[in-house]
Design a protein around this ligand. Structure first.
Ligand code: ATP
Length: 263
């Protein structure tokens, strides 16, 4: 069984302001007061409650900076909640930031192995998967050379082929990926569709509201790091569209709260 349970989850980041200072100010501060860049606390998620089970297809919508990607990364375990509890059961496949974490000095073949192990494969199960991954990537002899020699598109192909080789129970997608050239994109879309069908539970972040209406059984609307509304896709998308027409929502939404903090 796949399951997601977030209870009162908040995620806060600390970011340092990049203030422009004159050379004189820099010297005086540096010599006598120590270089100080005031810190900003960004409350990206605040008091999120979310419960999902087998069969749920959840779409997350909201303005730029509303906290959608942070929510997805929290579900994936990339960001631990700063408050509240996160429980996710089931094998996770995260389709975002997929090219991060390559061993650039190692060959394509070695990267397939490293990543497959990280995704929970065993030495036995990985044997069957390696050739399938290589074949899907269509990288041929390039798999023998170091990944640092790959083009950005080739890295994407390899990363996508590895990430989608597992049979996920929980599928987390941040926007539909455009992977590689046109021919590969068609193949990648077909594989995404397969995964969406076969996964037990899916959470997808997208700005394409038609795609959300097509794919999802439940929609969450986020604003300023909080869930504004959730429920049946048609109802929530309509409410979101109405609100988006209002001037107050025209600008990118900042996170839940930005507050200055002494550095
Ligand atoms: N690593 C980070 N460090 C500091 N602040 C962050 C970090 N990641 C996100 N934020 C902040 O958290 C808030 C939510 O960002 P997030 O990426 O989750 O928004 P989003 O809804 O996915 O936006 P978009 O639609 O533009 O992708 C933003 O204010 C952003 O500046």
């Amino acid at each position: 069984m796949a399951k997601i349970e977030l209870e009162n989850v908040s995620v806060t980041f600390t970011a340092h302001q990049q203030k422009r200072v004159s050379f004189k100010e820099y010297l005086v501060r540096g010599l006598f007061f120590g270089a100080r860049n005031p810190a900003l606390r960004v409350r990206a998620l605040e008091g999120i409650n979310l419960s999902a089970r087998d069969g749920d297809r959840i779409g997350v919508i909201g303005h730029n900076g509303a906290g959608k990607s942070t929510l997805l990364k929290t579900l994936a375990g990339v960001y631990p909640p700063t408050a509240g509890t996160r429980e996710v059961e089931g094998k996770i496949c995260s389709l975002f930031d997929i090219t991060l974490g390559f061993e650039f000095e190692a060959s394509g073949w070695d990267n397939i192995l490293y990543r497959a192990y990280l995704q929970g494969e065993t030495p036995t199960s990985v044997r069957d998967k390696v050739d399938q991954i290589a074949e899907f990537s269509e990288l041929g002899d390039f798999l023998n050379i170091a990944v640092r020699n790959y083009s950005a598109g080739m890295q994407m192909r390899l990363a996508f082929s590895i990430a989608t080789a597992i049979e996920p129970e929980v599928l987390l997608i941040d926007e539909v990926l455009a992977v590689g050239d046109l021919a590969f994109q068609n193949k990648a879309k077909a594989r995404m569709k397969e995964l969406m069908k076969s996964s037990r539970l899916m959470v997808i972040v997208a700005h394409d509201l038609n795609a959300i209406l097509d794919m999802c059984t439940h929609v969450i609307w986020m604003d300023h790091g909080q869930i504004v509304a959730q429920g049946p896709p048609k109802e929530i998308v309509e409410r979101y569209q109405e609100a988006a027409g209002q001037p107050a929502h025209a600008a990118p939404a900042p996170a839940a709260e930005l507050e200055l903090q002494a550095a």
